[in-house]
Ligand binder design. Structure first.
Ligand SMILES: *Cc1c(COP(=O)(O)O)cnc(C)c1O
Length: 420
């Protein structure tokens, strides 16, 4: 459920007509609902109340510091994948003791930054990384808390670009090698082994991949305890629970909990979760304006002021995003059209062959389910300033990131003396 609903013909975000925000902010912009974000977080958090746990929001899904602040205020930790995300989390006031750090390519500088910050743990993805963390910790005279990210070789049955837990993926340490790897980690002077982590992919709409992966990871934890005397504290089971974009019916967090809490309870570990999409996906929309319409070779095109640089998911994954008018007009015939952006690429589309009410020049539309992997994946391609982000709470709204200017676009660029 979300808080973008029609009242009569008008789309509202919580208690504010979207049209009103358009008048003040201009288009395009991302629009998030604080109430939806809170509800999603609480639904997830409370589903697992029977086990000691921390919900670490996957910051990469939507990393605006206002969003991170909102979630931190609800008790969330963060799952980060870069030094930049750590910087954001700290600015937002996230408790460092609730930050987990994943990613296959952490640099020495990033590792030191995280050690100085005192994060909960690194989720380590390779042997060389483990050595790098050990060295960095030695340099700083600290002990690094780590868990190893294991790759359980389970098919999450999702898009190949967002599958991460298969043997052939770049992520984690093969589960068959993990036991030896843990023994190695235990022997390192500046490393404290505190957990096991897995994350098998994103937009997962079935329960069985979670159960299968968890079984393997719990078995490994038991073996570590029984055969190597390695007692872990944290079992980090990643994120990945899917949402409804079109007609998917992913399990509710309660259903996932019903399947896995019995397995988790028995372990006695503190469970770490890393949901991103589930919290943010349906809590945000992208609002755009129709610039032009045209017909080429009998095909209808609706050209809008937001493109693949603003929302790349349809181009990158061929993903479906629902498109609705901001103001419904009566009696408009439906047409089949492509909704396209201004970018000079044929791959620049938000929807293809979509049956929609006729849009006219000057109309506004909302691209639904754009809160996760929307703004955070946006770019300046075609030298387009990145769009504004707006957060609504009840009958208030605030621009939480102003629209970039042309000045912002060239910030940091310089013409060298030899060209002057
Ligand atoms: C991306 C990512 C997540 C979040 O995935 P969602 O599908 O958005 O829940 C969690 N953990 C790790 C390690 C990730 O890379």
């Amino acid at each position: 459920m979300h808080d973008f609903q029609f009242k009569d013909a008008e789309l509202f975000a919580e208690k504010i007509p979207v049209r009103k925000i358009i008048e003040e902010v201009g288009t395009p912009f991302y629009l998030y609902s604080a109430n939806t974000i809170s509800n999603h977080f609480k639904a997830f958090d409370s589903a697992f109340e029977k086990v000691p746990h921390t919900v670490c929001f996957a910051a990469k899904s939507c990393s605006n510091i206002a969003i991170l602040r909102l979630l931190a205020g609800l008790g969330a930790g963060m799952d980060i994948v870069s030094g930049g995300e750590l910087h954001r989390a700290l600015l937002a006031g996230v408790d460092p003791g609730k930050i987990v750090y994943a990613g296959v390519g952490k640099t020495k500088e990033e590792i030191k930054y995280a050690l100085e910050t005192g994060i909960m743990m690194f989720n380590v993805e390779s042997t060389q990384e483990l050595f790098a963390i050990d060295e960095a910790a030695e340099d700083l005279g600290k002990k690094a808390r780590v868990s190893l990210r294991v790759n359980p070789d389970v098919d999450p049955k999702t898009h190949p670009y967002i599958s991460t837990g298969l043997k052939q993926n770049k992520f984690g340490i093969n589960i068959d090698d993990a036991f030896e790897e843990y023994k190695l980690a235990k022997g390192l002077e500046n490393i404290e082994v505190v957990g096991i982590q897995k994350h098998i992919g994103s937009q997962i709409t079935q329960i069985s991949p979670f159960v299968d992966a968890l079984e393997k990871v719990v078995n490994l934890a038991n073996r570590l305890r029984d055969e190597a005397g390695i007692n872990i504290q944290y079992l980090d089971i990643g994120g990945g629970l899917g949402i409804t974009y079109k007609d998917e019916s992913p399990p509710h967090p309660r259903e996932l909990a019903a399947a896995i809490v019995p397995m988790l309870e028995k372990t006695g570990y503190t469970i770490v979760f890393e949901p991103g999409r589930l919290i943010m996906g349906n809590a945000g929309v992208l609002v755009a304006k129709v610039l032009y319409t045209k017909v080429n070779e009998g095909k209808n095109f609706v050209i809008v002021d937001a493109g693949m640089n603003d929302l790349v998911r349809p181009s990158l994954y061929g993903s479906y995003q629902e498109i609705i008018p901001v103001v419904k007009k009566n009696g408009k015939p439906k047409i089949v059209a492509d909704i396209v952006g201004p970018i000079c690429e044929s791959g620049d589309f938000l929807a293809k062959d979509r049956t929609l009410p006729t849009f006219e020049q000057g109309d506004f539309l909302a691209v639904m389910s754009a809160g996760a992997y929307g703004f955070s994946m946006s770019s300046n391609y075609n030298s387009r300033p990145r769009v504004a982000e707006v957060l609504v709470k009840g009958d208030e709204f605030h621009v939480i990131r102003r629209r970039e200017s042309y000045e912002d676009l060239v910030r940091g660029e310089e013409i060298p003396a030899f060209l002057k």
